[in-house]
Design a protein around this ligand. Sequence first.
Ligand code: PHB
Length: 249
Amino acid sequence: MANSRSGDSMTDRIVRVLETFTAERTMQTATEIAQRAELPASTAHRIIGDLITAGLLERDEDRRVRLGMRLWELALRGSRALRLRQAALPHMERVQSVIREHTQLAVLEHEEALFVERLSHLQAGANITRIAGRLPLNASSSGLVLLAHADPAVRERVLSAPLPAVSPETVTDAVTLRALLTAIRRRGYVIAPGSIESVSTGVAVPVRDRGEVIAALSVVLPRGAATEPAINALLAAARGIEQDLSALR
Ligand code: PHB
């Protein structure tokens, strides 16, 4: 069993416990949490017990632990994501009803694309994004839009670090990526075929608030599908979201 890192505060330990949960790993035993958080079992069990009492974690009949509803409730209150989702949802529904494929909304968070909303269609194709899931900025269409409009310092940091390949077609060469980002800023959208999975094409546009890009709106199309209707629907939706965001100020 790994020892806890020395000098960390109680807040650090609580955050480490909470961060062991991911979009894919939503249920864990207390022992698994202790190992993944690199905390001694007794410390982890005490923190988990306190968080369960506070409602921030919940335990099921099999004694497996998950994030609590109370945490969701607190996290949503007044968060940037809530205001954005509220403004975006009616417009995302319109895109979805016209294009009939997955429609999603992502924000830049710690140099990754964090998906805050996703609407799906029963007949829609493959899609690996999850609400509250993340993807590297160079991979998804949303990530490319967010990176194209990111603060230049963030963009340079991402471009100078190794760029992960999610599929064989993900752009991982910094020179090619830089040129693509310039084209995205000029054109106002991106078409990203195969950058996540060979069977799909992501199409994304920026969403602005007071002139600043705060999110990316995208659809995932089956590879080879016409992209123009999706681009037009996304651009109209982004304009609608921008208007509604100014009303929600
Ligand atoms: C994309 O936005 O490029 C994207 C996202 C999820 C997928 C495929 C493509 O499954």
